[in-house]
Write a protein that binds this ligand. Structure first.
Ligand SMILES: [Cu+2]
Length: 183
C-alpha cells in the first residue's frame, strides 16, 4: 500500500461512500474488462500451483483461522456487492485463501483495490496468503470479496452464506449479515 491508499482507507465515511461509488462505477464501466478481469484460467492454475504446496498433514489443532466483523454491502439483484471481514490466523501453520463461494451469487471473487495514478482500481487475486499470528483486513480500499451480480436483492439485515476455501483443504463456512453494523 502506498501513502495515497493508506490516506484513502483512513478517510471519512463520506469519502468512503464516494470511493465505493467510484469502485462500482469502475467495475461497471471499465472494471469488468480491466480491473475486474475475471481471468478465467488464472485461479485454476494458481490452485494447481498452490495444490502442489498443500500440506495434507495439517491438523485442526495446528489450523485455526477466524473471520471477525463480517458484513456485506447492501445491493440489488444483478448489481455488485462486496463482503468484508478481518481474517486472522490463530494457528501455527501458514495457509492461503484460494477460493470463496456464496449462496448470493455464482460469481464470487477475491479482489484487491489499490490506487493507480490517483484512480482506485481493483484486481482479482488468485490467493491471499496468511501467516501464523497474521491478521488481514478485508475492507473498502483493500482486499475484499467481490459478489458479482447477486441473484437476489441483498437488503440491510439479510443474511448470506460465505464459504472460504483454503489451500490446506480447510473450509470456513459462515453466515454473514448484509449491512455494516458499525455504520
Ligand atoms: Cu472488487
Amino acid at each position: 500500500m502506498n501513502n495515497q491508499s493508506l490516506l484513502f482507507s483512513s478517510a471519512s465515511a463520506r469519502t468512503k461512500k464516494t470511493h465505493i461509488l467510484l469502485m462500482v462505477l469502475i467495475s461497471i464501466s471499465l472494471g469488468l474488462t480491466l480491473g475486474c478481469n475475471t481471468k478465467a484460467d488464472r485461479p485454476d492454475s494458481a490452485l494447481e500451483e498452490q495444490g502442489n504446496l498443500a500440506d495434507s498433514s495439517i491438523t485442526t489443532s495446528e489450523w485455526s483461522i477466524s473471520l471477525n466483523n463480517a458484513w456485506a454491502r447492501p445491493t440489488k439483484a444483478g448489481m455488485m456487492s462486496a463482503a468484508y471481514f478481518t481474517m486472522r490466523n490463530n494457528g501455527s501453520v501458514p495457509d492461503s485463501l484460494v477460493r470463496v463461494s456464496s449462496n448470493a451469487s455464482k460469481d464470487v471473487q477475491i479482489h484487491l483495490s489499490y490506487m493507480n495514478d490517483g484512480i482506485m482500481v481493483m484486481e482479482e487475486q488468485p490467493f491471499v496468503a496468511i501467516q501464523p499470528s497474521e491478521q488481514i483486513p478485508f475492507q473498502p480500499g483493500g482486499y475484499h470479496i467481490m459478489i458479482i451480480q447477486p441473484s437476489m436483492d441483498m437488503n440491510e439485515g439479510d443474511m448470506i452464506s460465505l464459504s472460504l476455501f483454503f489451500n490446506s483443504g480447510m473450509i470456513i463456512e459462515q453466515t454473514i449479515q448484509v449491512g455494516n453494523p458499525a455504520m
